[in-house]
Design a protein around this ligand. Structure first.
Ligand SMILES: *[C@@H]1O[C@H](CO)[C@@H](O)[C@H](O)[C@H]1NC(C)=O
Ligand SMILES: *[C@@H]1O[C@H](CO)[C@@H](O)[C@H](O)[C@H]1NC(C)=O
Ligand SMILES: *[C@@H]1O[C@H](CO)[C@@H](O)[C@H](O)[C@H]1NC(C)=O
Ligand SMILES: *[C@@H]1O[C@H](CO)[C@@H](O)[C@H](O)[C@H]1NC(C)=O
Ligand SMILES: *[C@@H]1O[C@H](CO)[C@@H](O)[C@H](O)[C@H]1NC(C)=O
Ligand SMILES: *[C@@H]1O[C@H](CO)[C@@H](O)[C@H](O)[C@H]1NC(C)=O
Length: 930
């Protein structure tokens, strides 16, 4: 399908130069023959001269690119489309231009932006009334492994890196690009239209990256998905040298990843870089000398053009030095100051610019270092809040985007599901990145950094027809495409559009985090997170809403539009009085107390949330065993030491307090963690509930409930079959073993303790429902069963409802493996799983997978409630991550003991508008303020 725009028209000056060469070269050759009869010119001298000239050419589109009338990616038969009545974020003027009007798409190109009225008469024209909705350019993901690391993962498909060596600039991500990745459709449903597919970070120089558009092509091949691929994809000899070359992309990685894979250290890796660049430099010098000679007519002992297929891509990296820019863009996966410094020195030693640092946790701490990179300061491609999973990311900050301002976000798909790249921009905006830059960071900025700003990343006449019509303002949490166009082709067949309150059509108002930013910088990325204990009596003023726990539900005490005159009085974390200011302040608080007044600016008091699913409280840094509790023995695949004597592991014994992720969660209003012992496969352990804000286990209220439910999982152990795991479970429940563990299994089969089974497959869930019935019949009991993970549970919603089996689900499921591939993807592809399960009265709770996600739980709740077409009241939404989770995990907390949070409003209308500024903890007898 890629015709190559260059075929359409050639710049006149090129034709002129070609003509000149046509005459000149034979003339020159003639001179050589006449003057230097002993040194005949190498054969193909004209080609070589052309090639020498081409080495100095700057990559990019030909000058007449924007006069094209048809895209090289146009699929014939695609109808023109007129999108009328749109609110258009064009990406121009630093991301501040917003136009109300129409957009005309034809031949794969944006033919115009403006007001077309009735001027267009074309029977083929499809007219879409956007009804004033927001339209943005398609999202451009600058760091993805889409296709190379396809989902669901199957063992033959790890094609995103090479094991050959740590220096492999000749490898190409294109060669691993699988066209059947489920994620193409999923990511498009999140508005992603273009991705830069990079090799993984296993190698120091991991190879060449390629840009793809995500839509299906008529040819169904990897090559036909490419956007402006370099000519080298199918030619090892140079192409028609009269054409400007196209941008190439190269992946570099430093630090832990290449070290781990190649048993190297940072010192080894940097030397490997220097050796490789030294080699490339030598080849480049030979080429330059060769070219100087042939250009000067000195053909003595010239031989053939010096080149080496293995190193040509790295030589191209260095060719940036010749004239402005260069052939290659280096994308570097580096986190810490030590790595950034090494790469900046390398770029200066060998004189090549760095397009972008990816992940780059510490770039916000070292802006001066970045400025010293060769050429220009690299772009920075970040995650918004995914941090602390390894040493290198321990100092990652949610404020980095705001501090760096000009940057991009990456999904590193499937590390983060690129479907939700927009969410990264939304979070960065929440933490202080201005809205124009937040949107630019996933569209125009990333397009420019890839060298594709001439055709994608903007809504402009002449640019590719890649755009998204959104159901709400793209920076409003939960914004979902109602249609996505790629090359002018609509990608959603019959989109499921969920109801959005009108407030979501505006750019959200965000809290002020100036103080936190200052502390983050002052403390080198590790600001103190412990809250401050407030006075005995705290009076929250201007409170618009009060929600509290009421047995198994959340109820509203009152709700007004303006909190004027409404207060909440708390003593030692207990609620004393809520509502009428005059009345509440009449109450005798004791003459000796000095109350602290806190203005919530129309905000609310609401139940704190509970995190479950990640090993919160059992690890500080996921990839550092010395910082973690570790893993339990696997009974079906490991030998369990006899000395354990049939004990069962309790998570409470491994609890670690003061982990940064727990404290971040606490500050976000997620004050309880319920955690099961960490395991790889099939094993058992008892969960525990703890306070995320406590300093140590002995502090009052630190452990909320020593033992919660009994946990196991089915389908994660790759040594024993699923049926073996079920058989083991059946035996343990029907004939519990003697010894301490047996006691707990008896409680489960007797119905007094919940069994939580983490599993995804609908087939396993169905088997568990029959097992439950079997146990209940044998024991004459009512067994409490909860399924967690449960990607495919929605397929059995009716049966789960009848069996009264509740589920804990991920708010945004992903088909990572085969047994969990049948997800309910949610809008715009389907109703989401929560909605489908609740229709059948299944109790649903939300869960997370990794500890850094705990702080984002309020966003998860709000987003889920937006995906269900207005079927959840705020009380019900809050229950998804509070009372429901407790109920499903056998945590029994008295209403009067449950934590509440104080949320300060920013004047917006969203579910979790503003920020949490305090926790009221009756259990711990305190009000803490941040
Ligand atoms: C090589 O790839 C380019 C796309 O870059 C395409 O236009 C051209 O037709 C291909 N050539 C051959 C011989 O397949
Ligand atoms: C772009 O916008 C940002 C934030 O709104 C502003 O700080 C910056 O100065 C602007 N840049 C230009 C070139 O206008
Ligand atoms: C608050 O209570 C006082 C006296 O108890 C009453 O006069 C006043 O109307 C009440 N205000 C509101 C807003 O209900
Ligand atoms: C309460 O908060 C709202 C919203 O911030 C504000 O408009 C109002 O002035 C506040 N009222 C008082 C009494 O502070
Ligand atoms: C769910 O529960 C409600 C209220 O108890 C009941 O009216 C409804 O029929 C139930 N729905 C299903 C599918 O069981
Ligand atoms: C969403 O709810 C509205 C009514 O509140 C209904 O008209 C609409 O059909 C629902 N949408 C979907 C996709 O179910």
């Amino acid at each position: 399908m890629n015709k190559g725009y260059v075929a359409l028209a050639r710049p006149d000056e090129h034709r002129y130069k070609q003509l000149l060469l046509l005459f000149l070269i034979p003339l020159l050759s003639l001179c050589f023959i006449v003057l230097k009869p002993h040194h005949p010119p190498p054969r193909h001298a004209p080609e070589i001269l052309k090639r020498c000239r081409s080495l100095k050419q700057i990559p990019g589109p030909p000058p007449n690119f924007h006069r094209r009338r048809e895209s090289d990616r146009f699929e014939s038969g695609t109808k023109p489309v007129l999108i009328k009545n749109a609110k258009i974020w064009t990406g121009l003027n630093n991301g501040t231009q917003i136009l109300d009007g129409d957009i005309l798409l034809d031949k794969g190109i944006i033919m115009g932006v403006g007001h077309f009225g009735t001027a267009l008469h074309d029977n083929d024209l499809a007219v879409i009334d956007a009804g004033g909705r927001w339209v943005s350019p398609g999202i451009v993901d600058i760091h993805s492994h889409l296709g190379d690391d396809p989902s669901p993962t199957l063992s033959g498909a790890e094609d995103y890196y090479s094991n050959a060596d740590t220096i492999v600039p000749w490898m190409r991500s294109l060669d691993g690009l699988n066209t059947h990745d489920e994620s193409y459709a999923l990511s498009m449903s999140g508005g992603v239209t273009t991705s830069l597919v990079l090799p993984g970070s296993a190698d120091a120089i991991g190879g060449q990256a390629y840009i793809i558009k995500l839509r299906k092509t008529a040819e169904r091949s990897p090559s036909s998905m490419l956007l402006e691929p370099p000519y080298q994809i199918n030619a090892s000899e140079p192409w028609d040298a009269s054409l400007p070359p196209r941008w190439r992309h190269m992946k570099h990685a430093c630090g832990e990843n290449p070290s781990r894979v190649h048993s190297a250290t940072r010192m080894d890796t940097i030397w490997a870089f220097r050796q490789a660049y030294n080699k490339a430099t030598q080849i480049m010098k030979q080429q330059d000398e060769y070219c100087s000679k042939i250009e000067a007519g000195d053909l003595k002992d010239l031989g053939s053009f010096p080149q080496d297929l293995q190193w040509e891509a790295l030589v191209d990296v260095l060719r940036n030095r010749v004239k402005f820019g260069g052939f290659s863009q280096v994308n570097v996966h580096c986190y810490e100051a030590v790595d950034l410094d090494g790469l900046v020195r390398l770029s200066n030693e060998f004189k090549f610019p760095i397009a972008a640092f990816h992940h780059a946790s510490e770039t916000y701490l070292t802006p001066e270092l970045l400025k010293r990179a060769y050429g220009k300061a690299p772009a920075i491609a970040l995650f918004a809040t995914n941090s602390r999973y390894k040493r290198e990311s321990y100092r990652g900050s949610e404020f980095a985007p705001r501090i760096l301002a000009e940057n991009g976000f990456t999904s590193d798909h499937p590390v983060l599901d690129s479907r939700h790249l927009l969410y990264e921009a939304q979070q960065a905006h929440y933490y202080g990145l201005p809205d124009n830059l937040a949107l630019a960071s996933i569209t125009s900025n990333t397009a420019e950094t890839m060298g594709m700003g001439h055709r994608i990343g903007y809504i402009r006449k002449g640019w590719d027809a890649d755009l998204v019509i959104w159901d709400s303002h793209p920076l409003a949490l939960g914004a979902t495409p109602v249609q996505v166009f790629i090359d002018g082709i609509p990608q959603l067949d019959s989109p499921y559009v969920s109801f959005k309150p009108p407030a979501y059509q505006k750019s959200p108002k965000v809290p002020n985090f100036d103080k936190e930013v200052e502390l983050t910088l002052a403390y080198d990325g590790l600001p103190p997170l412990k809250p401050i204990k407030a006075a005995e009596v705290v009076i929250f003023t201007n409170v618009s809403n009060v929600f509290v726990r009421d047995s198994n539900t959340v109820k509203s005490i009152y709700s007004t539009t303006a909190g004027n005159g409404r207060v909440v009085v708390s003593r030692n974390g207990q609620l004393l009085c809520t509502g009428n200011q005059t009345k509440c302040l009449q109450d005798d608080l004791g003459s000796d107390v000095e109350p602290v007044m806190v203005d919530l600016k129309g905000g609310s008091i609401e139940p704190a949330l509970i995190s479950y699913g990640a090993p919160l409280g059992l690890e500080h840094i996921n990839q550092e065993p010395s910082t973690n509790d570790g893993f339990v023995f696997e009974p079906l695949s490991q030998r369990i030491p006899k000395i354990l004597g049939g004990s069962i592991v309790r998570a409470v014994d491994g609890l670690l307090f003061n982990t940064r992720d727990a404290l971040y969660a606490y500050r976000a209003g997620v004050t309880t963690g319920i955690t099961a012992p960490s395991h790889y496969g099939f094993s058992f352990g008892l969960g525990t509930a703890f306070s995320t804000g406590a300093s140590h286990k002995l502090e009052s209220g630190a452990v909320i409930q020593e033992v919660t439910a009994l946990h196991t999982s089915i389908g994660f152990d790759d040594t024993a079959s699923v049926s073996t795991q079920i058989a083991t479970l059946r035996r343990l429940l029907l004939t519990p073993p003697e010894g301490p563990a047996g006691v707990w299994f008896k409680r489960v089969s007797g119905g007094s303790l919940t069994l939580v089974v983490e599993t995804h497959s609908a087939d396993v869930i169905a088997t568990l429902l029959t097992l439950k019935a079997e146990i209940e019949a044998a024991k004459k009991s009512k067994m409490q069963l909860t399924i967690s993970g449960a990607n495919e549970a929605h397929l059995l919603a009716e049966y789960l409802g009848k069996a009264e089996v509740g589920v804990l689900v991920f708010p945004r499921p992903f088909p990572a493996t085969w047994d969990r591939r049948r997800i309910a993807p949610g809008p715009p592809l389907s109703p989401n799983a929560v909605q489908q399960l609740m229709v059948h009265n299944v109790t649903v709770g939300l869960m997370i997978a990794e500890i850094w996600e705990a702080r984002n739980l309020p966003f998860d709740v709000a987003w889920t409630s937006l995906d269900v077409n207005g079927t959840l009241r705020k009380e019900e939404a809050l229950a998804l991550a509070s009372v429901n989770v407790e109920k499903l995990l056998c945590a029994k907390v008295e209403d009067r003991d449950t934590d509440l949070v104080a949320r300060e409003s920013t004047g917006g209308n969203s579910l979790f508008d503003g920020r949490v500024i305090g926790v009221l903890s009756p259990r711990r007898g305190v009000v803490e303020l941040f």
